[in-house]
Ligand binder design. Sequence first.
Ligand code: DAT
Ligand code: MG
Length: 140
Amino acid sequence: ETIERTLVLVKPDGVRRGLSGEILRRIEAKGYTLAAVQLLDATPELLAAHYAEHEGKPFYQPLVDFMLSGPTLAIVAEGQGVIPGFRSLAGTTDPTAAAPGTIRGDLGRDWGLKVQQNLVHGSDSPESAAREIALWFPGL
Ligand code: DAT
Ligand code: MG
């Protein structure tokens, strides 16, 4: 059987607030393993590809601008069920609505009431995971 992999991003709000370790801790505590970790500054080209499905939506440009506001920690996590499993750890998109016990529910947001500042990204399907891992870790 093949071990499932997902792309996790600690977004610039999470890195800025010093939550990278806490988020890695939760991934590892759940039993997933780290296949790759890299701190990098996303480029407009990388973000256009990563968020292509959201192009044209009202939140697209604020989202891209936010993702350019500081370094991102890109992570490939692996384990059985890790794609839905990490989404479950992350909680729902809006930190206000995210359940306690989740990353977004427990750790909240950076400032203001901006949904894009929700600390993490996790791939939503095997197809997205393969596409996103290839974008963020071209050598992997
Ligand atoms: P998720 O990150 O939970 O998979 P998504 O793929 O629908 O959510 O959206 C990607 C990111 O875009 C999300 O993490 C935050 C931002 N976003 C989504 N919906 C938004 C909205 N209604 N207003 C502002 N930002 C939004
Ligand atoms: Mg998504």
